[in-house]
Design a protein. Structure first.
Length: 239
């Protein structure tokens, strides 16, 4: 992620509908893990300043930011977060050292996404959980993807294949931002760069209301703008 994108994310993420709902999704997943008795150390790869990392900390996790951008690391530390500079393809961290790994909108930026996925598995303890999000469907490819430094968008099959080849066991794979997909597709046909920008408060409220409605509607199997995965490293590979 470029420095301008990181700064824009940090400036917008507290109030922007897209980031707020994604944090809400993360919080729900963390509550589910807590019900299972899962807690401990968490790694947030590509945290871009640590908006999601703060959610981890609020839920009691000992969280570490790992980002390729020195600026992201600096901003995360300014927010009181533990942070290191790291390449997702070669994390300077011990095997099996985390109970949870987050990679939210990371893999699509990396040409060798198999190496990054392999590192997620490597640093997870056996039985540990991975939460991963990616943009979906090359039919939505646009100038937004180019400006954001994306290499690809994923289908359910390509994402499932990538993660299972590296040894993760998928527990759940679902679509997000389904209801707004037609709006996103139309908008991106007419934009020349990233569409992550400040939104008028009324528009922000309206979009937030729509995307929040997905919590209660049976739409997660339909095409959306993003894919979300919850997976785990098996206790023993091959099992």
């Amino acid at each position: 992620m470029e420095a301008t994108d990181i700064r824009r994310t940090v400036e917008l993420e507290d109030d922007h509908w897209w980031y707020r709902e994604r944090r809400a999704i993360l919080a729900r997943e963390l509550r589910e893990l807590r019900r299972r008795g899962v807690a401990g150390r968490a790694l947030d790869i590509g945290a871009a300043g640590g908006g999601n990392t703060r959610v981890l900390v609020r839920h009691g996790w000992d969280a570490l930011v790992a980002d390729y951008s020195e600026l992201a690391v600096e901003l995360a530390r300014e927010r009181g977060l533990q942070a290191i500079h790291a390449d997702a393809r070669d994390l300077p961290l011990p095997d099996g050292s985390f109970d949870l790994v987050l990679a939210f909108d990371v893999l699509e930026h990396i040409e060798e996404d198999d190496r990054a996925a392999g590192e997620i598995v490597r640093v997870l303890r056996p039985g540990g959980t991975a939460l991963i999000t990616v943009p979906c469907d090359m039919a939505l490819w646009s100038a937004h993807d180019v400006a954001s430094g994306h290499v690809r968008r994923y289908t359910r099959d390509t994402l499932r294949d990538l993660l299972t080849r590296q040894g993760l066991v998928l527990e759940r794979l679902w679509s997000w931002n389904v209801l707004l997909r037609p709006v996103v597709a139309l908008r991106r046909k007419h934009t020349s760069g990233s569409d992550v920008m400040e939104t008028h408060p009324l528009v922000n409220f309206a979009l937030s209301t729509v995307v929040t409605a997905e919590r209660y509607l049976p739409v997660r199997s339909l095409p959306g703008v993003s894919l979300i995965v919850r997976a785990h490293r098996p206790q023993r590979f091959g099992k």
